[in-house]
Each structure stands twice: as structure tokens, then as C-alpha cells.
Design a protein around this ligand. Sequence first.
Ligand code: TNX
Length: 519
Amino acid sequence: MKTSLLQFCIFFGLILGNSVKAQSGSEHPPIIPKPLKAEWKNSEYNLPTEIKICYSADAEVSAKWLEHLLKNTSSEVQLSEGQNCGNFSLVLKENLKEKLGEEGYNLKVNNTGVELEAATNAGLFYGIQTLRQMFPPEIETGKINGEISLQQVKISDKPNYSWRGTMVDLARSFFGIDYLKKHIDRMALYKLNRLHLHLSDDQGWRIELKSRPKLTEIGGKSSVKNGRSGFISQEEYKELQEYAEARHIIIIPEIDMPGHTYAALMSYPELNCENLENLNPKRATPPEYYHDYRVGWSRLCMENPETYEFVGEIISELAEITHGPWIHMGGDEIEDPHYKEFVVKADSIVRSTGKTAIGWEEATQGKVDESFISQRWNGKTESVVDTKVIESICSSFYFDHANMPGQEHTNNWCKQDGVSLENTYSFSTDDPNVIGVEAPVWTELVVSDDMLDNRFWPRSMALAEVGWTKKEQRDFNNFTQRLGRQAARLENLDINYFRSPEVNWETDKKGGVFSDYMP
Ligand code: TNX
């Protein structure tokens, strides 16, 4: 009788102990975004001194990523094509598409090794990112000499949304491809897959177009006050796209039109209306640069047919050099009698190049094509068309806003007290038109790499989980616990992240919560 009572207590204690642990999220690796299904075991797999990665046909690129991850372990790694030939296996199976979609994967770590399967290389890549987060954070920086053990697990995972993006405004303050490559690496770790580049605005033009060289010769030299100027050459654009594609990220270039166009109008003054009527108020006039951050005063001269020649020329050249299927045509913050006609024409110009047009939500006041994708930011537009939607609602996703009340160099027009980690995390929608989420950082006030890091991280991790993980699986408390345990990894990756007070960070990095570096 005594023994059975004791047994009962131990049994019950175990259940209780386990469930408490599971709830606290602290006993197994803190994967972000949270996988759809994960069964963590109470045993480990010790990495052997010799690892053989065995991959199926067409999975060599993924095998190389896995090899790259393992190069900081002390195991010797070998690759070979085949089936069941090693302790690490990567398998591509077309017929998994039905269950796992384009980006899902199954990952198994057991006594004998690691098995990863997916329908695509993107799926295998995401499985490798999950595995990466199961390794100690030192894997990000240098060789780990000691033994590494991975917790055994069975994961079956796929994303909720296909669009999981960030946007960098290169026009107000320029960020070159070195920063963007780092950003792409960080995005990939958290399974983000779209990078939108805001390439033109009143303050600068950032993409080289050979048909209109002055756009960068002149427009590339200007920027917002304190910001950096410059532009991306076509060679760099190609290099950046290839870098992104290898990490399963697609780049979406934006030329903002018909408002926010002073940099173009300054570079080619003949594009202005007579008497510069299209600049109102005249915050700057050609050839003057514009360094202020106020918006809504410039527009293309829509009453002039040559304007459409210009739009046709630049969009077709941009389409030619763009690998992805989308061109973003802007369309924000302008009221003009010719506006609706303009967006309809610009949308058809984009479609004539074989690409799909995206625009800020205002564009759906015009009868754009049903293929058009609307990017929602203030939710105020009365659309006349039913389109797919990218959610960037400012109260959740405008990362140019403060991380917490009182943060300097931040915008606050959408939300006075800033966009907290929880504001981002708690976003959800039942709108069936929504294809995903995207967080922009506008850079009127963000003028250094450190500042941009601070605006993106860690809010982009909340964004990643909103994009990947189903609503029913999300829990803010559990998320912040996992996030706190990723501190060392973020530091090893040299990310100047914001030490959000909403998180119990596991490291004691110095430098205050804001830690902006102003040049
Ligand atoms: C609005 S939101 C803009 C940008 C500004 C931003 C500042 C949107 C589509 N346009 O031009 O940079 O506010 O927060």
C-alpha cells in the first residue's frame, strides 16, 4: 500500500513537473517561430565525431547549408548523394507537398541521427534553421570544441502565411548591400522570406537604371538630413538578389509613384508640370536637394503624357533586372484628381512586363486588376476592388515607431506610445484575403546601422512568429521566454537589438535599452 502511494506520488509529480516545464517553455530549445507540432523527448543525441550527410537528388544545395552549419562543430563532415547512407539525412519528396506545402518540413532527431524531409529545398532550409536553433549559440561565431548534444525531437512544421516580410526604406537614408546581406541572413534564421526595398522617395533615388542615368547621378546623392546617400548599382542588385534567393528570400523593389517623387523630378526637371505646379507647397525646387522629412508635397505631372513614357521606361527596366514576380508601385499619401487613373495605368504597365503589381492600400481606390496586391498600413481606404492583402497595419508593424514610450528618433503619428513587442505579437486577422505580414522601417529618423538593428530586432522575431505560427499556437508569455533565451545568439550575430523590458533577457549585455548610434 505504502509503495503504491509512493509510486502514485512519483507518477503524479512527474506529470505535474513535466507539464509545468512544458508551459514555462524553458526545458527545450527556444525555437522562434514556434513550430506547428513538436514532440520533445527526454533524451539527447550526441553529435558523433564523424558526420555523413546523405542527401537525395536535387537536395545538394540544402546539404551544403547543413554542412555550413556543422562547420563550427568539431565533427568531421562528409557529403554524399544517396538514400539511408549516413547519420544525417536530407530527403526531398514531391508528394510531401500536400501535407507540408512549399515551405514545410519534418525533422527527426533520435538515437541514430538527424532526418530531415520536405517537398522543396525551401522546406529543407527551414528545417536546418530549426536545427540551428537547437545548437548552442556559440555555433554562430566560432568553433565549439566540446561535445554537442541535441535534444531528441520529432517536428512537423509549416507556415501559416506565405508572405513574411520586412521593408527597408533606402530612400530617406541609404543602406547598402553589406547591411542588406546581414539583414537577409538574420531574416532567414527566423524564416522570413520577403524583403521589400523602398527605393525612391522625395529625398533620394537608390537603384541604377541605365535608361535614366541621372536618377542616380543626381538623385542618388541626396538624402534626409543626417542620413547617408548612395545607390545600388545593377551589378549589386543582381548580387543581392542571388544572395537572398540562396536563403529563400525574394526581393521586391518599390518605385513610389505618383507622390513621393521629388528625387526623380529633381533629376529630370522636364518631368515637372509648367510652373512646378506639381510641387505644392514647394518645399524644394530643382536643382535643390530635399533633406526634410515632411511628406505629401510632390507628385508626377500626371496631366503630361510624357510622364507615362517615363513610368513605362523605368518599370520595364526594373522588371528586366528583377528576379522575383513582384514590382511595388507605391501609391501612398496623395490626393489628386488624376490619382485613380494613374494607378490603373501604372498597374497595367507593371502587368505588361509580366510582373504582378503591389501598391499601398490607397491604390485600391482605383479599379486595379484583380491580381493587384494591396499593402494595408492605416486601414482607412475604401477599396473598389477585392484584392489580396499584405498586412502592415501601422499600430502593429511600423517599426520606425518607438520600441517603448520615450524612445528618441522615432515616428509616432500612428501610435503615440510606440509599437511594443506585444503590439506586434498580438496581431491577428480572420480576413481570408490576407496573404501575410510585413514590417517596414521608414528611415527619416533612422540613419545608422545600429539604429536600424534596434528598430528591427527583436520585433522582427515577433513578426516572424505572427507570420509562421498559427494563432491558436501563439502565447506572448511563452514567446518572450523563448526570446530571452535567444539573447546570446543575437549577440553572437552582432545584432544591436533593443533590450525590451517586456523580456527577461538571459544575458547582461551593457549599453542601455535604447542604444542608438548617431553618426
Ligand atoms: C508614411 S505609410 C509613409 C512614409 C513615411 C512614414 C513615416 C506610407 C505608405 N508612407 O512615406 O516614411 O509614414 O512613418
